[in-house]
Design a protein around this ligand. Structure first.
Ligand SMILES: [Zn+2]
Length: 188
């Protein structure tokens, strides 16, 4: 702490030391990622955004990671058992996730661009784009929830039912958001 105090401008600064400047120095503020606004925006459901943020940082405790640390006996995907359970496998390559995504694509009628890290386009302010990100966040959240249900309770919803649940949640969110927008427009 002494080094930080001397190296910083806390002595010469008229304000001197403040708790916020000390906190900033201690946590070494990281530059904002270019995808944060795709996750942390008012359209996305907060619990979905939390999981997506963890995924984007590659912090999810998938079996491949736990196996490497000696915390489990194998690294196989709990859902399909056809590969190591990595983030990429779980959300992009797993047969279950592929089927869920297929049903979602049929429903929404536009291409769902799924990418774990990179390849994301900056958000535009159009409705389609917002719905795209809303769906994308919901997909990750529910696939992870199903994986946990399969691991803890040995149950797994059928892909079509899973896609239906995601669709319902997304539709409810769109209604809430559009309702708020129209109310705000009416009041002006
Ligand atoms: Zn799998």
């Amino acid at each position: 702490m002494k080094n930080g105090y001397v190296a910083n401008t806390w002595i010469s600064n008229a304000k001197g030391y403040t708790i916020s400047s000390g906190h900033e120095w201690l946590r070494q503020k990281q530059p904002q990622q270019n995808w944060t606004h795709l996750i942390w925006n008012s359209w996305n459901i907060p619990k979905h955004a939390v999981i997506t943020c963890i995924i984007m940082h590659n912090w999810l405790n998938v079996k491949e990671k736990l196996f490497r640390l000696g915390c489990c006996t194998d690294d196989r995907c709990i859902i399909c058992d056809s590969g190591a359970e990595t983030q990429n496998h779980l959300f992009l390559d797993c047969t279950y996730s592929k089927l869920v995504l297929q049903f979602l694509k049929q429903w929404c009628g536009f291409k769902i661009h799924v990418s774990l890290l990179g390849g994301l386009q900056p958000a535009k302010t159009c409705l389609k784009q917002q719905v795209h990100y809303l769906l994308w966040n919901a997909f990750y959240y529910h696939i992870w929830a199903q994986r946990n249900a399969a691991r803890i309770q040995s149950v797994l919803l059928r892909p079509q039912k899973m896609a239906g649940m995601i669709k319902e949640e997304v539709c409810q969110r769109i209604k809430i958001k559009l309702g708020r927008t129209s109310n705000r427009t009416d009041s002006t």
